[in-house]
Design a protein around this ligand. Structure first.
Ligand code: NAP
Ligand code: G4F
Length: 355
């Protein structure tokens, strides 16, 4: 009888939105999952906690800036698959910290893939490339062959990370692939990204906790999907017989304004009564429109998004509404207030106080 070996995966950035969902997906597939986290002054495991998998992920301290923590990771985990999701992922912040963007998001990838090519060349590598690389778009819709034109230090660093991945695939014959993922959101999206900023504000305004929502450019357009769908595409990309790069998108585009209108409608409010714009949230260079063509992913990966734009907004608004109601009832403690509470457990927005 053949006994199938349990597959092992490393996820860098497991504390982030995609890292947490991917970890859950792989655990459900029977993988042994190692997830990396940064040592912070306050713990940041709320996403893993709220998915109920904190105890099932082997957590390893790691920093993309630190070469020794990278080789240590390969020696400890001996992974079959390596998903490089860690990055300074907020575009706006990359204008303020352009060198950090290059070091973490760009060179960090080279540190990993170079270590992989020498210490563990059999390990399959996935790089989290981004639709931001298309920037000032050269073609509509964007495909795997559309030229890149980055518009931020973040996007420039992602272009470098993308091409270094392709270069190591071609130069050293390793299984390295890139998912060029368009924006994907969820109820666990960071609060600084525009979608979650809007859904959180709509819920708070409905409950009388907030009066206004201040935004930047509401005319920019994005191709928004649901993160749970997108982590499945990552796994499918790495299961192919040959390493390759894929656009993962819905094929639809909508403006920030449209997102806001529908989010406020979900709580029976008119967004125009609450939204003000301020140049403090405008970027020095903007990406006006993104819309991906996911044909290759559909054909080769048999991947399709299952959650549409309106449903995504509904999921996010309803989750924020539910959480804020629980907070008001004293049943949930906001994760950013975790250090005010004397408890043995790290708390989070999704931590149920009465559990
Ligand atoms: P996220 O929620 O911001 O998560 C980023 C992760 O990277 C976090 O776990 C973060 O740790 C970690 N990290 C940051 N700096 C690090 C460093 N110096 N060393 C080690 N880890 C570090 O981002 P996400 O939305 O899950 O996105 C995952 C990846 O996909 C990112 O590379 C992002 O750029 C890319 N991407 C995202 C989208 C999207 O729409 N979500 C689209 C295309 C590509 P902390 O928790 O400690 O901060
Ligand atoms: O939500 P955003 O910050 O996402 P952005 O810049 O598109 O980047 C996200 O998606 C990329 C994939 O394309 C990822 F690679 C990246 O890591 C990240 O996940 O901004 C979306 C749009 C922008 O045009 C921005 O200018 O919303 C506009 N916006 C308007 N007001 C705002 C705001 N963005 C933020 N964050 N906050 C605002 O108040």
């Amino acid at each position: 009888m053949k006994i199938r070996k349990q597959k092992t995966a490393v996820i860098t950035g497991v504390t982030g939105q995609d890292g947490a969902y991917l970890a859950k997906f792989l655990i459900e597939k029977g993988y042994k999952v190692y997830g990396t986290y940064r040592r912070l002054s306050t713990p940041n495991f709320w996403r893993l906690q709220s998915l109920g998998i904190q105890d099932q992920v082997d957590l390893i301290p790691f920093d993309l800036l630190d070469q020794s923590s990278i080789s240590g990771l390969f020696k400890k985990a001996k992974p079959d698959e390596f998903y490089n999701l860690a990055a300074q992922s907020f575009v706006g912040a990359s204008f303020d910290q352009p060198i950090g963007a290059g070091e973490i998001t760009g060179l960090g990838t080279t540190r990993i893939i170079d270590t992989l090519s020498t210490l563990s060349p059999h390990t399959k590598f996935y790089q989290a490339s981004s639709s931001e690389m298309y920037g000032k778009v050269q073609e509509i819709p964007q495909t795997e062959t559309t030229p890149f034109y980055p518009r931020s230090p973040y996007a420039a660093a992602k272009v470098y990370a993308h091409w270094i991945t392709v270069n190591y695939r071609e130069a050293y014959d390793i299984f390295a692939c890139c998912g060029i993922l368009f924006n994907h959101e969820s109820e666990m999206r960071g609060l600084e990204f525009v979608t979650r900023k809007i859904t959180n504000a709509a819920a708070r305004i409905k409950l009388g906790l907030q009066k206004k929502l201040v935004l930047g450019n509401v005319e920019s357009k994005r191709d928004w999907g649901y993160a749970v769908d997108y982590v499945k595409a990552m796994w499918k990309i790495i299961q192919q017989s040959k390493p390759d790069d894929y656009v993962v998108a819905t094929g639809e585009t909508h403006s920030v304004r449209e997102f806001a209108r529908l989010a406020f409608e979900e709580v029976d409010l008119n967004y125009e009564d609450y939204i003000v714009t301020d140049k403090v949230f405008m970027r020095p260079a903007e990406v006006d429109i993104l819309i991906g063509d996911p044909s290759k992913a559909k054909e080769q990966l048999k991947w399709e998004p299952t959650v549409g734009f309106k449903e995504l907004i509904k999921i996010m608004v309803q989750a924020d509404l539910t959480n804020w109601k629980k907070i008001l009832d004293g049943k949930l403690i906001p994760w950013d207030a975790m250090h005010y509470y004397d408890t043995e457990k790290p708390l989070s927005l999704h931590y149920e106080a009465d559990r």
